[in-house]
Design a protein around this ligand. Structure first.
Ligand SMILES: [Zn+2]
Length: 324
């Protein structure tokens, strides 16, 4: 099986080379290999082309389009060998009088002891249905918000199920009814708390469809200062995969997505990764939040960078990610 490899030289070797002609013995440098995932841009594109299509009508809570999205995700999970966590993939709840559900996939850890500890990877797959008409278009396709984040969770499920190297267990969750008040995540966090789930950490993906403008880091994380999550993610990734965006703090994004109910219930690191920086995308909750605006190359890179991160997170002996 072929793997993409990034060789990272963590040493003074490079720096010295610039300044001296003295040859360094190779063992002066520590070479670490970081394996990347194998998700192709075309695979991300296929997922988003379905979820954000006009056929799904903007995936409003409880809608027919949302049901079609759920069926698609269930089929994907099944084909990857990702199991249902509950009796089925569906976690039913009531969203303001509408009977609906989250979709929850489960990849059991392969270490008897660590398998009792869980990592939750999540993204909301609902959107707002319709929005203000522009040139005859009323469907809010929600390509960036949040077919993009959903594609990350679905792609990570595929990669991690293929690798089967996680010691801790992983839940892959597509949340419903985020747009109407984080209802799906509030429900599931409560249910898992009642089941006394041993939650290590939760990572949520929101609006990762276009790159950040002029930043050294590839994404930002909400609640940056609440834990050492960003530091550990970058250490595990071997690159500046995530960072601090001041605007995220200013707008309290930490409290505005599906990570927050998990943080409230479990009081462990639960944070959102995003690349929407308020300057790089004009179509938030707009009918032009379309598939054609998405950067699939960028998304597949981001997802592939996350694969070694999740594996290390799942496999360290101790829970290295902690609240500050
Ligand atoms: Zn969203």
């Amino acid at each position: 099986m072929q793997k993409n490899i990034v060789i990272i030289l963590v040493s003074i070797l490079f720096i010295n080379c610039k300044n001296t002609t003295t040859a360094q013995s190779p063992d002066m440098g520590v070479v670490e290999e970081v394996f990347l995932g194998e998700t192709k841009a075309s695979e991300v594109s296929d997922i988003i082309n379905f979820l954000a299509s006009d056929e799904l009508g903007g995936r409003d809570t409880g809608s027919e389009g949302l049901e079609k999205a759920a069926q698609f995700i269930e089929e994907e999970f099944k084909s990857y060998g990702v199991a249902p966590y509950f009796e089925t993939y569906r976690d039913p709840f009531d969203a303001n009088g509408i009977a609906t559900y989250n979709v929850v996939g489960y990849l059991k850890g392969n270490d008897e002891k660590l398998a009792k500890e869980f990592i939750v990877l999540g993204a909301h797959f609902d959107h707002i249905g319709k929005a203000k008409e522009v040139n005859g278009d009323v469907i809010a396709n929600g390509a960036n918000d949040n077919a993009a984040g959903s594609s990350a969770v679905i792609s990570l499920a595929k990669e991690l199920a293929r690798l089967k190297s996680n010691k801790r267990s992983i839940l892959f969750v597509l949340f419903e009814a985020e747009e109407v008040g984080l209802l799906g995540s509030k429900h599931l966090a409560r249910v898992l708390k009642m089941k006394k789930l041993n939650l290590y950490t939760m990572i949520n993906f929101e609006m990762i469809g276009v790159p950040l403008n002029d930043k050294s880091y590839k994404s930002y994380i909400t609640g940056y200062e609440k834990s050492n999550m960003a530091e550990k993610i970058n250490e595990y990734a071997g690159s500046e995969l995530t960072g601090y965006l001041p605007k995220a703090k200013e707008f309290q994004l930490f409290m505005r997505s599906d990570n927050y109910p998990f943080y409230e219930q479990f009081n462990v690191p639960c944070q959102t990764i995003s690349t929407f920086d308020f300057t790089n995308y004009e179509y938030y909750h707009h009918v032009d939040d379309e598939i054609s605006e998405m950067n699939f190359e960028f998304m597949s890179e981001l997802i592939n960078n996350c694969v070694p991160v999740i594996i290390k997170m799942a496999n360290t002996n101790d829970k290295e990610i902690k609240l500050n």
